[in-house]
Design a protein around this ligand. Structure first.
Ligand SMILES: Cc1ncc(COP(=O)(O)O)c(C=O)c1O
Length: 396
């Protein structure tokens, strides 16, 4: 019982106060190392004085891992239609995709209810996040984002010369939009919002975010990363994309890596105002980086509604299974709107990773304000059973 209370306190202490100052960790959940990264003597990533990511053998031999639950991949993908498309067009890998890319952009534009000139493609959304983080900060400035949040864009902005204004999430793990708005100053070149947020899996209320973006985007562009939005039943209603036709300077990033199960095929896009896209296009041709077959796989995936429904349903079932079992073991968790769950653990993160890997299960581990956390991606139900069994053994 005491343990349960301690865990609960830890959860609440996610964003804690030190000496009267609210602090939260700098957090990066990029699946590969990206600059700038500081490491401690043991090779762990140091994101701030209050946060680090434990690193233990991040790329173990695949055959030594039975459940790969450390990269928020969709275990069911690519969709059957995407696989057929890949086979059908593999022989065209000698060609550059020009018209074909444009066709995909048209199709995405129709789905999003915008014009093709609002769309920019990239080899995964990472590329577009990072190129945006680069081009907007060539002359310095600052970027405002939540803390903790996904750090890919922010880290590249910092490497380019920007400073970062991290604004702690609220105690319910949503973005503190009022505080973020207050943090904007005359040097702010971009606000980055990840909704649902990685690593917390939490959502910020739709209407509040619409109001925030509508107001703030008149002063400074707002980048909204919707990588995990498709895991919601009503994703279309929760997107910020409708602000595009209202002329707002928002940049919305979407990816084929998550609900579509195409992480290794590398397709993503942003929806933005044409003038904003022109700025990003100064340093990248975006879609040129996408492999010809991936373009067809993305297009076929969009037609495979059945696969998306299945992914969403199985993902939700796995989340429920993990919640139930964590509760049984006396653990709390942050309720997730995504394909991963984060929760506090009572073991030093590196030792935890090592022990989980010995059980052939890969997860991620972090230290947040002195507490240790596990982030587990949703795999298949069999993989989640392995995870729970391994976790029970490791912490039991
Ligand atoms: C919030 C968020 N945005 C963007 C990405 C990048 O995904 P990709 O480059 O595969 O589109 C990820 C990957 O995990 C993510 O978690």
């Amino acid at each position: 019982m005491n343990n349960t209370i301690n865990r609960r306190n830890w959860l609440k202490a996610g964003l804690m106060t030190v000496g009267g100052i609210t602090v939260a960790p700098h957090m990066s959940l990029g699946e590969m190392a990206r600059a700038p990264l500081k490491r401690d003597a043991e090779g762990n990533f140091l994101y701030s004085p209050f946060f680090k990511e434990y690193i233990h053998n991040p790329f173990p031999e695949p055959k030594k891992i039975l459940a790969r639950l450390n990269a928020n991949e969709n275990p069911y993908g690519p969709s059957p239609k995407a696989l057929t498309a890949l086979k059908d067009v593999a022989h065209k890998g000698n060609r550059y995709a020009w018209r074909e890319l444009f066709d995909l952009m048209e199709k995405i534009a129709t789905k999003e209810g915008v014009s093709a000139e609002n769309i920019m493609m990239g080899p995964g959304s990472s590329d577009l996040l990072e190129k945006t983080g680069m081009v907007l900060f060539l002359e310095g400035g600052n970027v405002v984002s939540a803390d903790p949040s996904y750090m890919s864009l922010v880290r590249v902005a910092e490497a380019t010369g920007a400073s970062w204004k991290g604004v702690p999430l609220k105690s319910d793990w949503s973005h503190d939009l009022n505080a973020m708005e207050k943090a904007i100053d005359s040097d702010t070149k971009l606000v980055y919002i990840c909704n649902p947020n990685n690593p917390t899996g939490s959502m910020t209320a739709h209407s509040e975010l619409v109001d925030f973006c509508s107001r703030v985007a008149d002063k400074v562009p707002v980048f909204v990363d919707e990588a995990y939005l498709d895991f919601l039943e009503d994703a279309d209603k929760k997107s910020m994309v409708s602000l595009i036709n209202k002329g707002k300077d928002v940049i919305i990033a979407r990816t084929f890596s998550k609900i579509y199960g195409m992480a290794g095929l590398r397709v993503g896009y942003v929806v933005a105002q044409p003038e904003t896209l022109k700025k990003i296009q100064k340093i990248t041709r975006g879609g040129m980086g996408i492999a010809y077959p991936s373009i067809f796989a993305a297009s076929a995936s969009m037609d495979d509604a059945e696969f998306q429904v299945k992914s969403r349903k199985l993902n939700a079932e796995c989340r429920e299974y993990v919640y139930e079992n964590l509760e049984k073991m006396g653990y709390e968790y942050v309720p997730s709107s995504t394909s991963f769950i984060i929760f506090p653990i009572e073991m030093e993160g590196k030792a935890f990773l090592e022990k989980m890997q010995a059980q052939q299960v890969g997860v991620r581990a972090f230290e947040i304000n002195g507490g240790d956390w596990c982030r587990v991606s949703m795999g298949t139900m069999d993989e989640m059973k392995l995870f729970i069994k391994a976790f029970d053994k490791v912490v039991g």
